[in-house]
Each structure stands twice: as C-alpha cells, then as structure tokens.
Design a protein around this ligand. Structure first.
Ligand SMILES: *Cc1c(COP(=O)(O)O)cnc(C)c1O
Length: 398
C-alpha cells in the first residue's frame, strides 16, 4: 500500500496514535491548584490514566504539584527509576510486602492496617531509614483504609513505632466515595469521620503534617474537604464536568488502511448488523476493541473525517473498525480523529464514555494499555489532524 505519492507507508504509519498534549496537562494542573489553598498531589496511577506516568509526572511537577500519588509500589519505583525525585505516595500493597526497597527509594506508604504497619516498620529496619507513612482511614467506601473500629489501635501502634524511630506518620488520608454528587449526605459523613479520625490520632500522640481527603470532585465541589493537601487525578487529564474549564489532553487518531466503494444495501461487519443505504465509500481503520475502543458503542460512535462526523459502520472488530465516509475522497494513509478535546468537532472521551455507558477514566486507561497505539508527547497544543499522517514527523515530540 502507498500513502498517496509519498512512497511506501511503513508499519508504524499504520498504527493508531495517542497524542498527549502536555500544555493541557500543565494548564489543568495550574487551574486545579488555583481552586484551593491546599498543596497538590498529582495522581499518576494506571500510567497516568493512560497518558504516560513518567512524562506526566514531569509536567505536573513543573506546574505546581508538589507530590505524586500512585497505587502500587511498582508504579512508584518505576517513577523513581526514571529519575522522578518528588515525594511519591503508594497506597495499595499487600500487607506482607517487603517495603525495604520502597523505604530505600523514599516512597511514602499508605498504611491501612496493623499488618501493613508492621511490614512498613520491618522494611524501615531493613533499609536502615525511617519509613514515611500515611495512615489511611476508611471514611465510608468500605474499600481500602482502616475501618473505624480498627483506627484507634492503628494510631496507638503507629505512635509506638514512631517513638521507636522506625516510622514517621507524616499524613492522615481518607477518600470520599460520593464527591461527584455534592449534595449527597455521605460527603458530610465522610468529612466528619475524617475529622474524628484526626482527633483520635492526636490523642494517640501523632502529629501528622498533612491531612488529605479530597480528589478531583471534592476539590472542585467542596472546599471544606481540602485540608492542606488534595490528591487529584482525573482533572489533570481533563476528566471533569465541562463547567470546570479543564481540557482533555489525549487525542487519538488512526490512519486509513484501505478504502472500498460499495453500492447501497451492502452489509458491513460481523452479523451484518449495519447496511449501507446509498452508494458510499468505506474506510478501514486499524483499531478495535482490543485497543480499548468499547464494542458496546457499535452503532452509536462517530469519528471525525476531514472535519466531518462520520459513522462507524457495523460492529467493532477486535483490531479493526469500518467508517462510512460517504462521498469524501479519502485515501489510504489519511488520519481519522477518533477522539480529542473537541476543538474541531471530534468526539471527546466523555462522548465515548456516554455511548458506552461508562466513565472517561475507563476509556482512557484502556487506550493506555494498547500495545499497538503509539503514544506521542507534545509540548505544544495538538494541531488538527494533518492532511497526511506523514506530516507528523514535524511535530515537536518529547
Ligand atoms: C484515584 C484516586 C485518587 C484520584 O481521584 P480522582 O477522582 O481521579 O481525582 C485519589 N485518591 C485515591 C485513593 C484514589 O484511588
């Protein structure tokens, strides 16, 4: 196959591209920070929601985040291994983890149980360095964090180990389960439970420097939840109500592999669930549900072709979708915009999530795990899809 007059199109040119706009991540970081007096912990779990953890960490730290948050120790150590020096908190690890590499790498540890506390202390002794821990209280999700009846004992034991010098309780943390619905009474209950947890910790003799409860929704909706540190993930990537003024940072394009002109009444794709109703041109894209495009959006999704919305025809295949491009003289090699911030009329991650009845988080993290999608990091705003994908070598990639 040839890309119109430009010589052979190599394999990389046939891969979908996820372009990450770091000016958007930077602007989102600054905007979120401007909404609070608290310090900002940027959550870069799940490879920064599919955007690339190391690159995102660098951007957010340069634009006001003073700490990073991840789920697992492996994620934290990967950041350290890439030269990221900001404080990093890891909050989900097995209770019997060998925490010595984490302590050695100055990774803060969330401690939701006495088992974790013991393991953190053991890791500290092994690493011959004090473990910095964030005691984690469950304030009403029944997910992670110590249950309220375990909290006093956890605080007492942490204070004893602090006196022994193996751990330092730097922070108390909690997480709200309903913060995206500000009027939900569980938010007040969660705030109250967190305040009570703080009093219990004080009585046990702990003097944590920071308290953190709010994530993106609570940061935007509820100043009374901010305390002195907020942990924001979603908002960094533009996932928030439109009214927040944040911007999606990801733009996904895929090049047309081949085209075919078909008559009316041509059945397209598996099970023939879709039929052309006029003579039209069909374009094949090398991306499918294995790359994270939800198959449940078949018959709803559209993409942007030459500035116009065009329907995805028929069922999504594992690695391929077919677009009905009507009378557009689109040719192989031409890029199609699958999602983006919406500047040019392309669907956003929120549109896709709506079609799939899910949340943009799920869509973006899934795209981030595709090994076929090439991720490119741009330090200037993502331009409209170039007329030929071959132009992308001119982009300022980092
Ligand atoms: C994912 C997560 C966050 C970030 O939440 P967002 O809604 O993405 O801002 C904060 N804290 C914990 C414990 C999390 O799991």
């Amino acid at each position: 196959m040839r890309g119109a007059g430009s010589g052979p199109v190599n394999d990389e040119r046939l891969q979908p591209q996820l372009r990450i706009d770091h000016t958007a991540i930077a602007a989102n970081t600054r905007l979120l920070h401007s909404r609070t007096k608290a310090a900002l912990m940027a959550v870069v779990k799940a490879d920064a929601f599919g955007h690339g953890a190391v690159e995102t960490a660098r951007t957010v730290v340069a634009h006001g985040a003073t700490q990073l948050g991840v789920t697992t120790l492996a994620e934290a150590l990967e950041l350290r291994g890439s030269g990221v020096r900001a404080p990093i908190l890891s909050w989900l690890n097995a209770p019997d983890t060998d925490f010595s590499p984490a302590v050695d790498a100055r990774v803060d540890l969330a401690v939701p149980s006495t088992e974790h506390l013991r393991a953190a202390s053991a890791g500290a002794r092994k690493a011959a360095r004090t473990a910095r821990i964030h005691l984690h209280m469950d304030v009403g999700m029944a997910r992670d964090g110590a249950a309220p009846h375990q909290w006093p004992d956890l605080c007492t034991r942490a204070a004893a180990l602090e006196a022994a010098g193996t751990v330092k309780v730097t922070d108390l943390m909690g997480h709200l389960g309903c913060a995206d619905r500000p009027e939900d009474p569980h938010n007040r209950a969660g705030r109250d439970a967190f305040a009570q947890a703080g009093r219990v910790a004080r009585q046990a003799g702990l003097r944590p420097a920071h308290h953190h409860l709010a994530a993106t929704s609570a940061l935007l909706n509820d100043p009374s939840s901010h305390h002195d540190l907020v942990r924001v993930g979603a908002g960094l990537y533009g996932i928030a109500p439109a009214s927040a003024g944040l911007r999606f940072a990801a733009t996904l394009t895929a090049p047309v592999v081949s085209v075919r002109d078909v008559p009316a009444n041509t059945a397209v794709g598996y099970a023939h669930t879709w039929t052309t109703h006029r003579p039209t041109r069909l374009a094949l894209l090398p991306i499918g549900y294995a790359d994270g495009l939800p198959r449940a959006t078949s018959h709803q999704a559209h993409v942007l072709v030459r500035g116009r919305p065009r329907t995805v025809a028929g069922m999504f295949s594992m690695d391929q979708i077919v677009i009905d491009v009507g009378d557009d003289p689109i040719a192989p090699g031409e890029p199609v915009t699958i999602l983006g911030p919406g500047d040019h009329g392309e669907p956003t991650p929120a549109d896709w999530a709506g079609w799939a009845q899910t949340i943009p988080h799920e869509l973006l993290t899934a795209l981030g795990t595709s090994r076929r999608i090439i991720r490119r990091h741009l330090t200037h705003p993502v331009p409209p899809a170039p007329a030929r994908l071959l132009c992308t070598s001119l982009e300022n990639t980092t």
